[in-house]
Design a protein around this ligand. Structure first.
Ligand code: HEM
Length: 324
């Protein structure tokens, strides 16, 4: 009887000891490792690559917890892309203003003859203005995404800025389609006039006659400078559309690294295109007398045409219209 009592006592003591050990070994809230130690261990484990786990849902990219390249992407975007890009645009405007101040408006040196020649058909002008109107809105809404928070928000306040940006983003998405269509039309209509040839070299050697008065190198329908603009617009549109549609339909074609690259390419190409088009708008408006008519009414003064596109005028058989 006494033996049974002892056995019971020993069993109870063992059970109690075991319970104490188990409780001591169990993790408690206060006994967790310090978060900093945890984080550095994780970063070490990543060794420059992404920190990935396993997920049972079909979307495998949701298994990526941390992608360190995201920090590099943000640093490049917020650093060199925005600062160099911003300066490129500012310097383009300053450069054009300085050119206007020094060279002055490029005049029709023979004076306006009053005789007109048709330069662009209705279809050509439609393609141009479709592209131009879309590009201006795409450019402004894109620049607002990059620089708006720093430049526009302080001027108009958060409510107006968020409404403007939301509207801008929608316009940016939808106007990309008619923009691409416009460039495609221009490419089809004008590609045969934009093949480089020997005349272009001569035109370039003479600075296009833009730098000095009295110099009018011969040119066909488009001179070498315009051919350069044409190809920059076509290639720029291809790059902008490819990168833009990658961003608009995320992860269909590429992974997160590809998305980041597409975003950087889109930002750089967009800023370069805006700088190129600023120069184009300058020469098509205040920079050169008589140029705007080509895209406005579709007809230009005969003397303007002879000074800037003499070979093209000859090709036309000097068909003058609208003599007055
Ligand atoms: C928004 C203001 C714009 C104005 C005032 C303007 C004006 C002009 C003018 C006057 C011409 C005819 C030049 C000539 O007869 O020799 C022209 C041609 C052309 N424009 Fe524009 N344009 C504008 C925007 C754009 C945009 C946004 C693009 C493309 C993204 C563009 C692409 C072209 C191309 C490819 C040509 C033919 C090559 C050339 O003349 O450089 N334009 N533009």
């Amino acid at each position: 009887m006494r033996l049974i009592a002892w056995k019971g006592l020993i069993a109870a003591a063992l059970a109690l000891g075991l319970a104490v050990l188990l409780i001591a070994a169990a993790p408690s809230a206060s006994a967790q490792p310090a978060p900093a130690a945890d984080e550095s261990a994780l970063l070490q484990k990543m060794n420059g690559g992404p920190l990935e786990g396993r997920v049972s849902i079909p979307d495998s990219k949701s298994a990526v917890l941390i992608q360190p390249q995201g920090r590099e992407w943000r640093a490049v975007l917020e650093g060199p892309v925005k600062s160099i890009g911003g300066w490129l645009l500012v310097l383009t405007v300053i450069g054009l203003a300085a050119f206007l101040a020094i060279r002055g408006r490029i005049r029709v040196e023979g004076g306006l003859s009053g005789r007109k020649i048709r330069r662009f058909s209705g279809v050509e002008r439609f393609a141009h203005w479709l592209t131009a109107i879309c590009f201006v809105i795409l450019g402004l809404s894109g620049l607002n995404l990059s620089f708006g928070r720093a430049l526009v928000l302080p001027l108009i306040g958060p409510e107006a800025f968020s409404a403007l940006t939301a509207f801008g983003k929608l316009s940016h998405n939808f106007l990309s389609f008619p923009f691409v269509l416009g460039v495609l039309l221009m490419a089809v209509l004008w590609i045969r006039h934009n093949i480089p040839n020997a005349v272009d070299m001569d035109w370039l050697r003479q600075g296009g006659g833009l730098l000095r008065r009295g110099v009018h190198p011969p040119a066909g329908k488009f001179n070498a400078g315009q051919k350069l603009i044409f190809w920059l617009v076509v290639l720029g549109a291809v790059v902008l559309a490819a990168s833009g549609y990658t961003l608009m339909f995320p992860f269909y074609l590429t992974d997160i690294g590809g998305m980041q690259l597409a975003q950087l390419v889109h930002a750089v190409a967009g800023i370069v295109m805006v700088a190129v088009i600023l120069a184009h708008i300058y020469i098509g408006t205040i920079g050169m007398e008589g140029a705007f008519d080509a895209m406005g009414t579709g007809q230009v003064d005969m003397n303007w045409a002879m000074e800037h596109h003499s070979l093209w005028v000859k090709e036309q058989g000097i068909r003058s219209i609208g003599d007055d």
